[in-house]
Design a protein around this ligand. Structure first.
Ligand code: FAD
Length: 640
């Protein structure tokens, strides 16, 4: 028999990015024995790559900023498809979470009078991103880790063991969540009882028995070839949730960041931070034209400059001028670049130019954008203080994710004791996320998830029990690729999946291509079920990928199905055959679930209605661009 190491915890947090670490801190502060599990090395989660900053309406750079303005911007950015309650909690609590980070030892860049400095970003009305140069994620992770170490030292002083209340399992992958085996499968909700996985280095298996699991596994970008995401973003948390009976919402909404590197080919997709535009960078096509002025949609007309002169004046006098169109939300800019290239006004490598060299002195560029300067010098031999960068869209962020209760981060569906925070959760960002809103999302909802998971454990009577047969089943699934002779090559399968998703479920979508994608995904599913990995269990990346593929497949199917179903264009979902937003579709969340045979089901679920005091933050002319006639009549009654 295969040895399985057993552990018992009150709360198991899967993921050691910003959301996971913040959740773990909160669970430990609530006195819970907490495990943190991470596929990569501790400190190497995706959050570390975040560059621009964390959005929080502290009002340091412009005293007019407050949570209501932030809420409004977030709803506009998400084209009103956001879960309003999440957007409200996020806008209200983000400043507190940022200040709290400084009590943990973070040090953000400062204004002249010593406050936390805030920078401009797309879609944010005022400068709002707390930052540390262009390495904000590094500071965030560093600080959260430092807080965890300090808690472990307190625990050591008290118990003689650093790990007594909070333990990190690095380079450990969870492959399955386990449910309460003592509860009958009568169709009612079932409690979480544990998580099963393996150490990546040794291939040894582990079982965590726990009544509460917080998913904080990040995104899904690795199903696309051109992506800013690192290797671990294979949608594991999304898939774990689905298989445990939870639901996913808004999976059709993927954010293609407008500016990824396009050259050289080996680095295609690597992110070029939006701070470049926030700090004055402009986009030009191969004719040298600053083309974004042509792409301001009606809904944003009032807030954006119409001439280059006005746009340029805005950087020094934002009170009396409107913002440059380079700072439109990401979906708008990505589509504009896509179109310029398609119409033959792109660079040879298939991008457009992003230029700061003519906009700022070299010292300022190096001071404000040190990582970008370094990145282009090292990877492309381009000096951004002298030459423009070449950029194009790259798959960056998934707005869709685990459907959660906004206040407690508890997963919806038929499972209890499961919580989700950070990029793996859905709803908060609607159809499109504003830059900087993820780092603040991680902190706000990471804390909430940790707090509510702990409260759930406190209120629980009998602890749920893992069934031996479920552990055996999880083990069998994990070992299957190694036991299969002559199975499909996992790397070939991943490339084939990336081709389907990139070519047929990419930035611009069409009915015929989506139908084709679904057909190909079905074929791939059969092949993935037959994936094989040569070699043994000791550090075997082919085996790891073989297991990840199962997750990528189901998540991709959700995305393709939802993309075919949603017959409108909104935020990160553009249908060439259904251009423009349809107010009827704004009332609909598409909810994915999995049935016993592993098939994906889609359901239309009405969006929760925004409370009167929140809807009153918008004026009628703006609402008319998003709402149905019936909703507007309701709004008028509210007003009267
Ligand atoms: P992550 O930080 O990705 O952490 C996921 C964790 O889950 C990792 O530890 C991983 O190892 C673990 N994991 C995954 N699957 C498993 C499994 N099966 N078993 C065990 N562990 C698992 N947002 C902003 O707001 N501002 C920015 O400036 C910004 N810049 C960005 C720059 C780049 C290059 C990128 C790619 C993203 C940027 N974002 C930014 C987005 C933001 O960084 C991410 O959305 C955010 O960091 C996600 O955090 P998370 O805690 O949800 O997940």
């Amino acid at each position: 028999t295969t040895r399985i190491e057993r552990h018992h915890y009150d709360v198991v947090v899967i993921g050691a990015g910003g959301a996971g670490l913040r959740a773990a801190i909160e669970a430990r502060l609530a006195g819970k024995r907490t495990a943190i599990i991470s596929k990569s090395l501790f400190g190497k989660a995706h959050t570390v790559m975040a560059e621009g900053g964390a959005a929080a309406a502290m009002g340091n750079a412009n005293s007019k900023d407050n949570w209501m303005v932030h809420f409004r911007d977030t709803m506009r950015g998400g084209k009103f498809l956001n879960n309003f309650r999440m957007a409200e909690l996020h806008a209200k609590e983000a400043p507190e979470r940022i200040w709290e980070l400084e009590t943990y030892g973070a040090l953000f860049d400062r204004t002249k009078d010593g406050k936390i400095s805030q920078r401009n970003f797309g879609g944010h009305e005022y400068p709002r991103l707390a930052h540390v140069g262009d390495r904000t994620g590094l500071e965030l992770i560093r600080t959260l880790q430092q807080k965890i170490v300090s808690l472990q030292q307190e625990d050591f002083a008290e118990t003689g063991s650093y790990d007594s209340r909070i333990k990190v399992f690095a380079e450990t992958t969870i492959t399955e969540l386990l449910l309460d085996g003592s509860e009958s499968a009568d169709g009612g909700a079932v409690k979480v009882a544990g998580a099963f996985g393996y150490y990546r280095e040794t291939g040894e298996f582990l079982l965590f028995e726990t009544p509460a699991v917080v998913l904080a596994t990040g995104g899904v970008g690795r199903s696309y070839k051109v992506t800013s995401n690192s290797w671990e973003y294979t949608g594991d948390g999304h898939a774990l949730a689905l298989r445990a009976g939870a639901t996913l919402i808004n999976m059709e909404f993927l954010q293609f960041h407008p500016t990824g590197m396009v050259w050289p080919p080996s680095v295609k997709g690597i992110l070029v931070t939006e701070s470049v535009r926030g700090d004055g960078g402009v986009l030009r096509n191969s004719d040298g034209k600053r083309f974004m002025f042509e792409y301001v949609p009606d809904v944003f007309r009032k807030q954006y400059a119409e001439t280059e002169e006005e746009a340029d004046r805005w950087y020094t006098d934002p009170e009396n001028n409107r913002r440059p169109p380079e700072l439109l939300p990401r979906d708008e800019v990505a589509r504009a670049i896509n179109n310029e290239v398609k119409e033959g006004r792109g660079t040879q490598a298939g991008g457009v130019f992003l230029d700061v060299s003519t906009r700022m002195p070299a010292e300022t560029i190096i001071k404000r954008l040190p990582s970008m300067h370094h990145q282009f010098k090292e990877l492309a031999d381009v000096d951004i203080t002298k030459q423009p960068m070449e950029v194009g869209p790259t798959c960056h962020y998934v707005m869709g994710g685990v459907e959660v209760d906004p206040d407690s981060a508890a997963a919806a569906g038929s499972v209890i004791g499961l919580f989700a925070a950070g990029e793996v959760s859905g709803g908060m960002h609607g159809s499109n996320r504003l830059g900087g809103n993820s780092l603040s999302d991680l902190l706000v909802f990471g804390k909430r998830a940790g707090e509510h998971a702990s409260a759930y454990v406190d209120a629980l009577g009998k602890r749920p029990k893992v069934a031996t047969s479920d552990v055996e089943a999880a083990l069998e699934v994990a070992l299957a690729p190694l036991n299969r002779q002559g199975g499909e090559n996992p790397y070939t399968l991943q490339q084939d999946l990336q081709a389907v998703m990139g070519d047929l479920v990419g930035i611009i979508r069409r009915e015929g291509e989506l139908t084709d994608a679904l057909k190909r995904l079905q074929e791939l599913k059969v092949r993935v079920a037959n994936v094989g990995a040569a070699g043994g269990r000791q550090y075997n990346p082919g085996w790891h990928l073989a297991l990840d593929l199962r997750n990528m497949m189901v998540v991709s199917e959700c995305t393709a199905k939802a993309a075919l179903e949603r017959e409108e264009s909104r935020g990160g979902h553009t249908r060439e055959d259904f251009p423009g937003m349809n107010p009827k579709w704004r009332q609909v969340n598409l909810v994915c679930s999995l049935d016993k045979s592993g098939d994906v089901h889609l359901e239309h679920k009405p969006l929760p209605k925004m409370r009167g005091e929140l809807i009153n933050l918008f004026d009628r002319t703006e609402l008319a661009k998003y709402l149905t006639e019936d909703e507007l009549t309701e709004f008028d009654a509210l007003e009267a």
